[in-house]
Each structure stands twice: as structure tokens, then as C-alpha cells.
Write a protein that binds this ligand. Structure first.
Ligand SMILES: [Zn+2]
Length: 289
């Protein structure tokens, strides 16, 4: 595709065609390469994403350079997204560096303040041709420095979703519907009734957060109800780390990073492909030629 693209069109196309694009949180070059190879093999559109912590850890310029190199080599469309950012300045910096999608997470504020902050980001992102995602309600669990206790998690209200979209002009919306970040203790309690109402009232692509460990049938149902992007973070990290642990268990003296990165990469790739099959984006790169 030559260069990174905005995810707005990517996700609109996914919603129109009833599939979901998988968005993977990557933390190392090998994780990035693994999900790109997974997408290339299955001809799936792809969203690479990083948390604020990873942006600070690696530097946005390094991340953009690696993602841009992947896009240059790849025949599938790839977007680079900044996940859960609460900091306007960092959003602007990432847009300047070359991110093609950003999330402003002001969901911890009252509705009016969430609207105000989202409006500001939409303004700057639109001028740069960059996608914006915003959140309504509160997704539970832990994502970097954002911690939401179970009792504070809040479902998005369908009518508020309508008003929010009208007031902000945001192109993609992440409504909290009962999923959580991290690994679920039991089964997630997804509020399908609410999601269905949001699906009917809001025609934008919706985003499913907390995609690690949601039972397959529930993921499929979410996708059929407008969830055009599914975020996968925790499960990918576990696959990557477990593969490395296994190498060190067998050979505690291993000191060649390639020896443990190769199996770690393979584990990430395999998981990424399973998620792509689940959300139905396999073979969908053809929608963007
Ligand atoms: Zn999230």
C-alpha cells in the first residue's frame, strides 16, 4: 500500500460489509512484524496500535518509522493508531510524527468535558486526514495508567452516543458495553441490548475494547452489531512473553535474542491470525485496492 493510511475509510468499509478489523497493541519491533506478516498472509486489513506507555518507551518516531516500513513492504492496508490517550499535546505530537489514527479518551470526565476534548482533537486530526476514536461510558480494567475498578465501569447510553457523535463529529466511537481490559475472571457480561440500540442509532464504525478472551460467539455477535474494530492487547502480550519464558526454561543461559524472539514472533503471528479469522477480515484487503 506504500504508506500508512487513515483508519476512517478502513473501518467504515468494515462496518458496511459486516466484518471487524483487528487492531493489535504492539510493544516491540518483532511484535509489529509478526502482526504485519499475519495480515499479509491472510490478506487482511490491519491496524497497528500502541498505548501511551509504549509511545513513551520507544518514541513515536521509531514507531512510525517501523510501521511505515511495514506499510511500504505490504500489499494490505495498514493504519497506525494511538490507543487511549488522555493528553492533547501527545496526540498532536503523534499526528505530526505520522500516526494515522488517534484515540482521545476523555471518558473519565463528565459528558460535556468529553465532548469538548473530543471536539478539539477532531479539529486537529481532520485537518491532517487522521482518524479519531473516542470513548463513551467507561471500559473497566487496567490499560497502562488508566485503571477503572469493576464498580466504576459504566455502560454507554445509546441516546448519549447519538448526541456525542452529533456534537463532536467523531468518525469512530468506542461505546463501553461491558467488556474490560485485561483477562476476564469469568465471562464478560456484554450488554447486547444496549449495543443493538447503539447499532441502530449510530451508523459509525464502533470499536470493541477489551478484546482479549471474549468468547468467540460473543465476538461474532459484536461484529454483527457494528463493532468494526476489535482491540487485542493482553492476549498478544501473553503469547509473546510465554514463548520467551519457554525458551529460558529449556535453556536458562540463552543469550541470543534471535533465539527467543523467533518463537515469540511465531506465537504472536498465530494468535493474530486466529483473531483475524474470528472478526471476518481475512481476504478483505481486496476492498481497498
Ligand atoms: Zn481499550
Amino acid at each position: 500500500m506504500a504508506h500508512l493510511i487513515s483508519s476512517t475509510h478502513l473501518l467504515q468499509t468494515a462496518r458496511q460489509n459486516g466484518y471487524g478489523v483487528t487492531a493489535f497493541n504492539v510493544h516491540t519491533l518483532e511484535m509489529l512484524q509478526a502482526v504485519v506478516e499475519a495480515a499479509e498472509e491472510l490478506q487482511a486489513p490491519l491496524i497497528l496500535q500502541t498505548t501511551v506507555g509504549t509511545v513513551k518507551h520507544l518514541g513515536p518516531d521509531y514507531i512510525v518509522a517501523a510501521a511505515a516500513a511495514a506499510a511500504k513492504r505490504s500489499s494490505v492496508p495498514i493504519a497506525l493508531h494511538l490507543d487511549h490517550c488522555t493528553d492533547y499535546e501527545l496526540i498532536v505530537q503523534c499526528i505530526r510524527e505520522g500516526y494515522t489514527s488517534v484515540m482521545i479518551d476523555a471518558s473519565m470526565h463528565p459528558f460535556e468535558e468529553n465532548v469538548r476534548q473530543t471536539q478539539e482533537v477532531v479539529k486537529v486530526a481532520r485537518a491532517a486526514g487522521v482518524n479519531v476514536e473516542a470513548e463513551l461510558g467507561k471500559v473497566g480494567g487496567v490499560e497502562d495508567d488508566i485503571v477503572v475498578a469493576d464498580e466504576d465501569a459504566l455502560l454507554a447510553d445509546p441516546d448519549e452516543c447519538v448526541r456525542f457523535v452529533e456534537l463532536t463529529g467523531v468518525p469512530t466511537l468506542a461505546p463501553a458495553i461491558g467488556t474490560a481490559h485485561g483477562i476476564y475472571k469469568g465471562e464478560p457480561k456484554i450488554a447486547f441490548g444496549k449495543l443493538e440500540e447503539i447499532y441502530r442509532k449510530v451508523s459509525l464504525p464502533l470499536v470493541l475494547h477489551g478484546g482479549s478472551g471474549i468468547p468467540e460467539e460473543q465476538v461474532k455477535r459484536c461484529v454483527s452489531l457494528g463493532m468494526a474494530k476489535m482491540n487485542v492487547a493482553t492476549e498478544l502480550r501473553i503469547a509473546f512473553s510465554d514463548a520467551i519464558k519457554k525458551v529460558f526454561q529449556a535453556n536458562p543461559d540463552e543469550n541470543d535474542p534471535r533465539k527467543y524472539m523467533v518463537p515469540a514472533k511465531a506465537a504472536v503471528k498465530e494468535l493474530a491470525q486466529a483473531k483475524m479469522r474470528l472478526t471476518g477480515c481475512v481476504g478483505r484487503a481486496k476492498d481497498f485496492i
